[in-house]
Design a protein around this ligand. Structure first.
Ligand SMILES: NC(=O)c1ccc[n+]([C@@H]2O[C@H](COP(=O)([O-])OP(=O)(O)OC[C@H]3O[C@@H](n4cnc5c(N)ncnc54)[C@H](O)[C@@H]3O)[C@@H](O)[C@H]2O)c1
Length: 334
């Protein structure tokens, strides 16, 4: 099949491209490199450094494509409260541009990478797909708005779609010099430099981390299966939830360094408890978690050690600078 992957230089998009190339598919990918690394792009893929917001390019590049995986995004949940314009245009706006081109070119199936940010705060954990979304920051709102637009346009024009909901993915190729997101990568990059991790709030936020291969397996199945069309499906494990404090201590132990986190004020709008049920993926896709949290963290530690620690790059504009902004970002403390 001819498969288009947006965000192919990113973490998830590049692993997905590897998998699809290994299965013998033709892979075409685009990326602006605002987020990923150019050397993430697999050699066998046809790569275009193009913005999904460039609608004419999307029309040209989705011609003859069977399946679109839309991974491109500025997936900055915490930052979206301070830089809503850049985050939402690369979450909602770019989706509409690619979606419109895909519909016009009669792409068979559109697989969208949403985010658990769509759920916001719910009364119970873990989040299940039947819960009413309550996104509580511009990133989550843009993801959910994109989902609604996909459903609407796909039903109107007869294109198949699936909404995948990944959560807190870790593993090699994730950007680790980015101060605005990817908590585990930031902690490892800091601790490998002999520095202490920074935790916003009391560190009792609850999360469940997914090793990237545990996301690629179900994601790949979403392009084949007839019974997933029109569905929202959480992809990733639900077995090992941890607090951010526990995460920091685990990384410290794996690195054999004493971990004494630096605590900073809460980040505005941060969801305190967020884990996703994998039950629907188990039932529909035969999902089975293969990697423990420690195995995933160890793989990421090896990756960062091999590439070498890096200084953090403050590569995105802060659009709204108020007292609510984390000092780490305003004063560039990392
Ligand atoms: N990594 C996670 O923990 C996680 C969790 C939930 C959801 N997701 C979703 O999965 C998808 C992939 O995430 P990721 O972790 O690989 O992020 P990533 O930042 O590593 O990859 C996204 C890629 O998209 C590119 N991009 C951004 N805007 C673009 C645009 N307008 N046109 C073309 N390219 C553009 C970036 O340069 C980047 O390489 C995203 O949609 C994200 O919201 C990721």
């Amino acid at each position: 099949m001819r498969i288009f992957i947006s965000g192919i230089a990113g973490f998830l998009g590049s692993h997905l491209a590897d998998r699809l190339l290994a299965e013998g598919h033709t892979v075409i990918g685009v990326d602006t490199l605002v987020g990923g690394y150019l050397d993430n792009v697999p050699k066998g893929a046809e790569f275009h450094q193009v913005d999904c917001l460039d609608h004419a390019a999307m029309q040209r590049l989705t011609e003859g494509v069977d399946v679109v995986y839309h991974c491109a995004c500025t997936a900055y949940e915490g930052l979206s409260v301070f830089s809503p314009h850049i985050v939402t245009q690369n979450t909602f706006g770019n989706t509409i541009s690619l979606l419109s081109a895909s519909v016009a070119n009669k792409v068979k199936r559109f697989v969208f990478c949403s985010s658990m940010a769509r759920y916001g705060t719910q009364d119970t954990l873990p989040f299940t797909e039947d819960m009413t979304p309550r996104p509580q920051d511009p990133y989550g709102i843009a993801k959910y708005a994109a989902e609604l637009a996909i459903r609407e346009l796909c039903e109107t024009h007869g294109m198949e779609y699936v909404i995948a909901v990944p959560h807190n993915i870790i593993g090699p190729r994730q950007k680790y010099d980015d101060p605005y997101r990817n908590v585990a990568s930031i902690m490892i990059n800091l601790m490998l430099q002999g520095r202490q991790p920074v935790i916003y709030g009391d560190g009792e936020q609850v999360r469940c981390f997914s090793f990237v291969q545990d996301v690629i397996d179900p994601l790949e199945k979403l392009m084949h299966r007839a019974d997933v069309v029109g569905q929202v499906i959480n992809v990733g494990p639900d077995e090992e939830s941890v607090t951010i404090n526990q995460l920091a201590q685990t990384i410290g132990r794996l690195l054999n360094v004493e971990c004494k986190p630096i605590y900073m004020p809460d980040r505005p709008r941060e969801v305190k408890k967020a884990t996703c049920s994998a039950q629907k993926a188990r039932t529909l896709l035969g999902y089975k978690t293969q990697y423990t949290l420690e195995q995933g963290l160890q793989e990421m530690i090896e990756y960062i050690k091999t590439r070498g620690v890096k200084p953090f790059t403050y590569h995105l504009p802060l659009e709204i600078v108020t007292d609510a902004i984390p000092r780490t970002w305003k004063d560039r403390l990392f």
